[in-house]
Design a protein around this ligand. Sequence first.
Ligand SMILES: [Zn+2]
Length: 108
Amino acid sequence: MSISIEWLGFAAIALSALAYLPQVTHLIKEHCSAGLSPRAYCMWVVSSVLLLTYSIVKEDPVFISLQGYHAGAGALILFFCLRYKGQLCEEHGGEPLSVRLKRSQGKA
Ligand SMILES: [Zn+2]
């Protein structure tokens, strides 16, 4: 019985991982940080690390996996959110990536 309950937890982790993909893909591919708050993601990462620590102490494999993933994904988003801070894609009211890249390289 406990095995089936653990699989529910791992299914939830898989859904969480999939839920991050559109945001992470858009952020990295388009260099667009629209709607992302570095402060919120910083708090998200800290809370995930704290819960990961708690999960490790409690030896709970589902929450260790979940919080480990959340901490990693949150840190990745935070890194790129800070790197592309203030940049918006065309869809979000900014300029095309090619124009922004040329400007940052001093070619535009
Ligand atoms: Zn965008």
